[in-house]
Design a protein around this ligand. Structure first.
Ligand code: UDP
Length: 335
């Protein structure tokens, strides 16, 4: 059955892809976004839009809403190290306001955009949800704090919640894709080199204890990721496809990754193949705080949510990101 949902951060990369999936599934969607890093043009047609901060959720929410999907946050690891207060104030402070507004309005279902950065330097691989949580930067710490806050809200006040911990989200969904300014993520940077908008890609470290010496990451297609959010909400509304319903009072935490690791070199090589353009590399020092390898176990999402990622091929992920880069980035909806 269809429902009515608030999507915070729905003008951003992942939020807009999830909002588009919700609209396509027939749900009624309101996007709340302050456009600090998002784009008005990325809000899907068919969704209502409210320009505002998380503090404004109180003005929007009422008992007609079935749930909230919460993406609004700052998400740059490096910036969080330079300006930690911004991350505590916005990511943590804003989420307190949202949880209060949800409780006051009687909206009792939440899907939260969490991150693999909550685990920090992994002790074992692949990473399961019971791994130790020791974030190495304020971004990861702020997301972990919100996970803890949500757990407390569930126990104390009967909220039902699912926190989804993303690994390296990549790819695009039609006109919805990734555009950060400045860009810091590997796949969009390598695509900019392929387009001739940058001279070379700096490879941050080539002496890691990995097969080719470069860092290994678990790249997950943003459309597979989006489907997990709809399944997470369905697990709370009784329409779930997985093993368990997430009832009031329960907080389920699930990793989302495709379970395959790809090295920086493999990403660069795949971009060369997909685009047919040369991509010069330049050796560069290791980047602070980069673990050698981050690969997810997403078994729990598969079992509990009935999630079935179907775009696990790196070439397909890069192809979709390339199509988006050529057709849309810097043009339609980017203003
Ligand atoms: N990376 C790189 N050159 C770049 C950007 C990223 O070598 O210009 C590496 C980075 O060190 C990491 C991987 O690519 O090992 C993925 O980085 P990204 O910033 O995309 O995501 P993260 O893993 O930090 O979330």
């Amino acid at each position: 059955h269809t429902g009515k949902y608030l999507v915070t951060g729905g003008a951003g990369y992942i939020g807009s892809v999830v909002a588009a999936h919700l609209v396509e599934a027939g749900h009624s969607v309101t996007v709340l976004d302050d456009l600090s890093t998002g784009f008005r043009g990325a809000v899907p047609e068919g969704a209502a839009f409210v320009e505002g901060r998380l503090q404004d959720a109180r003005r929007v929410l009422d008992s007609s809403y079935d749930g909230v999907l919460h993406f609004a946050a700052h998400s740059q690891v490096g910036e969080s190290v330079q300006d930690p207060g911004k991350y505590w104030r916005n990511n943590v402070g804003g989420s307190i306001e949202l949880l209060d507004a949800m409780r006051e309005a009687g909206v009792r279902r939440l899907v939260f955009s969490s991150t693999a950065a909550t685990y920090g330097e992994p002790l074992t691989t692949p990473i399961h949800e019971d791994a130790s949580e020791a974030p190495t930067n304020p971004y990861g710490a702020s997301k972990l704090a919100v996970d803890h806050m949500i757990g407390g809200e569930c126990r104390a006040h009967g909220l039902a919640a699912v926190s989804l911990r993303y690994f390296n989200v990549a790819g695009a969904y039609g006109r919805y894709g990734e555009r950060h300014d400045p860009e810091s993520h590997l796949i969009p940077i390598v695509l900019q080199v392929a387009q001739g908008r940058r001279d070379a890609v700096s490879v941050f470290g080539d002496d890691y204890p990995t097969p080719d010496g470069t860092c290994v990451r678990d790249y997950i297609h943003v459309a597979d990721l989006a489907e997990a959010h709809l399944l997470a909400m369905a697990a709370m509304t009784g329409g779930g496809e997985g093993a368990g319903e997430v009832a009031g009072g329960a907080h389920l935490i699930c990793n989302l990754g495709n379970g395959n690791g790809f090295s920086v070199r493999e990403v660069v090589e795949t971009v060369r193949k997909v685009t047919g353009h040369p991509v010069p590399e330049a050796a560069a020092p290791r980047r602070d705080g980069d673990p050698a390898q981050l690969v997810a176990s997403a078994e729990r999402a598969v079992k509990q949510l009935g999630w079935r990622p179907s775009r696990t091929d790196l070439a397909e992920i890069v192809q979709d990101a390339w199509d988006f880069t050529q057709r849309y980035a810097g043009t339609a909806g980017a203003e």
